[in-house]
Ligand binder design. Structure first.
Ligand SMILES: Nc1ncnc2c1ncn2[C@@H]1O[C@H](COP(=O)(O)OP(=O)(O)O)[C@@H](O)[C@H]1O
Ligand SMILES: [Mg+2]
Length: 304
């Protein structure tokens, strides 16, 4: 992450009462020893917020991305093979002796390292990992220990460093099927739901991220808000996100495309960025109509 990005994100967080409140409360929960969990649709700003809050704690930050291949070895560690020692015979140059049987070498997994050294861990999209892998967090959060059984380590557990804390993120859409098995874990964290940004906050985020003029950012965000209303709330997906607004702003700026519905390139850009997430938030029978509405709304945009 560049310094520029950091400054621009900070500015939204500082100027929005909503975010200031979330950040203040989040730091309190973490300081009191409770893990934090941000949940909400994709593109709402969970990862960015989690990393921002993590950095406020003045401890090293470790980021782990949940995925189905994440294993106990990744978390705790593994033997990486034998330590080989090469001996060079100084008298006979061509002789190299390799000692094979010295010690097995162990390398700490990322979670073990964070727990031991008291890092702030951001475990992004944790529900994408296998539930049984995530069970390791139960003793960490409850007993403040990380069990090492099954690892051939001398100690059977290590104590969690008092400064260790975790911020989880997840997308409720991805709970399907795994929610129940992660109940015990969810019960031990403070979960904050991030909803859609207020209009002003989204405009600020777009400006901060892309440095586009205010009136352009406003036109894009107002368009996006109309488009999102076409979504059917019974569906899991919430339509084009903040990310979509940022994409339109970034491309329009980079290729000098006017934010104007009479411009063909702009119409195409609007459509390319928003149609896929929009159609995902409705049933097939509504799609043709929504597509026409999307095109119409885009054509209505005029600046100046
Ligand atoms: N406070 C902010 N200010 C500016 N841009 C932001 C802010 N929060 C998020 N973004 C941008 O919005 C997009 C989505 O944010 P991200 O944190 O990845 O969302 P999520 O993790 O919920 O999918 C990213 O491009 C990110 O840089
Ligand atoms: Mg994310």
């Amino acid at each position: 992450m560049t310094d520029d990005t950091e400054t621009s994100q900070t500015s939204l967080y500082e100027h929005s009462a909503y975010y200031k409140g979330i950040i203040k409360r989040s730091l309190r929960y973490l300081d009191t020893g409770y893990p934090l969990h941000f949940t909400g649709p994709s593109g709402i700003g969970k990862t960015t917020l989690a990393l921002h809050i993590a950095k406020q704690r003045k401890r090293p930050v470790m980021l782990i991305n949940g995925n189905k291949d994440l294993s106990t070895e990744d978390f705790i560690g593994a033997f990486t093979g034998y330590k080989r020692r090469k001996l060079k015979d100084n008298y006979v140059r061509s002789v190299h002796k390799i000692e094979e049987n010295v010690t097995e070498s162990w390398s700490d997994g990322r979670l073990l390292e964070a727990v031991k050294k008291g890092y702030t861990l951001v475990y992004d999209e944790f529900t994408r990992s296998k539930p049984e892998i995530n069970n390791i967090f139960l003793p960490i959060l409850e007993e403040k220990i990380l069990p090492l059984y099954g690892t051939k380590q001398k100690r059977s557990f290590i104590k969690v460093h008092p400064d260790f804390s975790v911020i989880f993120t997840s997308n409720p859409v991805e709970y399907a099927g795994v929610y129940k098995t992660q109940d015990a874990l969810l019960d031990r964290m403070v979960t904050l739901t991030l909803g859609s940004l207020e209009k002003e906050a989204e405009i600020t985020a777009v400006i901060n991220k892309t440095e586009i003029e205010r009136e352009k950012a406003q036109a894009i965000v107002e368009f996006m808000m109309k488009i999102r209303k076409l979504c059917h709330t019974s569906q899991d997906f919430q339509g084009p996100s903040l990310r979509a607004s940022i994409m339109i702003a970034e491309l329009a700026k980079r290729y000098d495309i006017p934010i104007n519905g009479s411009n063909e390139e702009f119409n195409q850009l609007c459509f390319d960025i928003t149609w896929f997430p929009l159609q995902a938030c409705m049933e097939d029978k509504h799609k043709q109509r929504a597509k026409r509405q999307l095109v119409q709304e885009c054509k209505k945009i005029t600046l100046g």
